[in-house]
Design a protein around this ligand. Structure first.
Ligand SMILES: Cc1cc2nc3c(=O)[nH]c(=O)nc-3n(C[C@H](O)[C@H](O)[C@H](O)COP(=O)(O)OP(=O)(O)OC[C@H]3O[C@@H](n4cnc5c(N)ncnc54)[C@H](O)[C@@H]3O)c2cc1C
Length: 407
């Protein structure tokens, strides 16, 4: 049986695992990253992830340091304004519209939006430039034995890897989390999301729009123009049975329904991609570390796609872990790294999961009095400038006023 040695073994080559591989590789660590499934790197190919990711300001630095941002920037659409529309009245008309402008707190946009399949393509290309990173597609993590001095992982091809640190970035049903015996709590909403792209006659003007009525938010996030037409990525959350009905509708009927659901904010919407369906849950691991191992991204926390928090929380995990590991470069699997990582990240992750759970439940509200209450709360929170600014900073995950130089 083959035995190999490395500093870091990453289980999972999703967007989080690939970013971690590029980041630790760029920082000079020896990295092995394994994933049984090949990433789909073309939008047209079967199985392509048609979601987009809005990277918020604080995520940019870790992407920059990983040698990724220069590759991603030419494909990114900036998000300057977050518009929240309440359409919870008798009709689907917008009855309350509030705009949160990044200029209120920063001289940089809130973030930048990119298609997930393109992220995988550019991340694979960056990793190919790093001789100290070995990406093993088609091979998975199978078992784990940890000691004070090393983690011994067995891969699905029978190879044993002796690593100083194992990173579980292997998704919501994380095999590393299971191997560590770490339990998790799950909150279910009976909700799913449809993700797809649209074109529209009105320009989005770098404004991201969330329309709230019932069942969950309908979110339009700016994309670069497609064939000279303004374009946006859409995430439409609804009850599971309603998503099944919507995803099976003929295109013209679907376009009519989504234009109505969007309150017509960008004019008539035209479907510009397949429709993909995503289950919606919240989940949080009881701990984010074990002996010589840590959990990051969806292996540690899953949230509904509201306020672009999911992957941005994951990149905050990565920033924290990289910072600690770099301070203990000779052995990044010491408790001084793993324990400190758990302590620093878990409380913040818990707070965000709880906050997003509440926002999702508010957006799902079906009863008219609850929808009216939601509109009043939005109006109230928006009216006071300091409250508005605090909310914007909390959403970004930055306690201070950010500048372009920070980003
Ligand atoms: C509709 C929707 C829209 C979203 N929009 C945003 C957004 O705008 N901004 C944002 O920040 N977040 C967003 N998110 C959240 C974001 O997409 C997720 O956080 C992110 O994709 C999860 O990445 P991940 O790498 O943790 O997990 P995954 O993408 O699930 O990757 C896990 C990987 O682990 C691999 N794996 C499984 N078993 C093994 C094994 N035994 N060994 C090795 N590897 C294994 C899998 O093959 C997979 O490749 C959105 C989510 C949804 C559902």
């Amino acid at each position: 049986m083959m035995r190999e040695t490395t500093d870091i073994l990453i289980s999972g080559g999703g967007v989080a695992g690939l970013t971690a591989a590029a980041a630790f590789g760029s920082a000079g660590f020896r990295v092995i990253c394994v994933d049984p499934t090949a990433p789909v790197t073309q939008a047209e190919d079967a199985g392509a992830d048609l979601r987009t990711t809005a990277f918020l300001q604080p995520s940019r630095r870790v992407l920059d340091d990983a040698g990724l941002w220069a590759r991603l920037e030419p494909h990114a659409a900036a998000l300057q304004v977050m518009r929240i529309v309440d359409a919870g009245g008798e009709t689907t008309e917008a009855r309350l519209t509030k705009e949160f402008d990044a200029a209120d707190i920063s001289d940089a946009p809130f973030g930048w939006n990119l298609p997930n399949w393109l992220l995988r393509r550019e991340m694979m290309a960056r990793i190919a430039e790093l001789p100290n990173v070995s990406l093993r597609i088609g091979t998975g993590f199978a078992r784990l034995l940890t000691r004070e001095t090393e983690a011994l992982a067995t891969l699905t091809d029978g190879t044993t890897v002796s690593a100083r640190l194992v990173i579980g970035a292997d998704g919501r049903d994380s095999p590393v989390r299971e191997a560590l015996g770490i339990a998790s709590r799950t909150f279910r909403y009976g909700q799913k999301a449809l993700a797809f792209a649209v074109t529209h006659p009105l320009t989005h003007g770098n404004v991201s729009t969330e329309v709230h009525r019932s069942g969950g938010p309908f979110t339009l996030v700016p994309l670069p123009d497609r064939d000279g037409q303004p374009a946006s990525a859409v995430v439409w959350m609804e009850r599971g049975d309603e998503i099944a009905r919507l995803s099976a509708l003929p295109v013209l009927e679907f376009e009519a329904e989504m234009t109505t659901r969007s309150s017509g904010v960008l004019g008539p919407l035209t479907l510009a991609s397949r429709r993909s369906v995503w289950p919606i849950i919240s989940r949080i691991a009881d701990r984010m570390s074990g002996q010589r191992a840590v959990l990051m991204a969806e292996a540690a926390h899953v949230v509904p796609p509201i306020g672009a928090q999911g992957l941005n929380m994951s990149l905050a995990d990565l920033t924290c872990l990289l910072d600690l590991a770099t301070k203990h470069r000779e052995d990044p699997g010491l408790p001084a790294v793993t324990e400190a990582y758990h302590r620093r990240r878990h409380w913040e992750v818990q707070a965000r999961v709880t906050g997003i759970d509440l926002l999702n439940r508010a957006s799902m509200a079906g009863a008219q009095p609850l929808r009216d209450l939601r509109a009043r709360a939005l109006d109230l929170l928006y009216s006071a400038r300091p409250v508005r600014q605090t909310l914007m900073r909390a959403g970004l995950g930055t306690g201070k006023t950010a500048t372009a130089a920070d980003a």
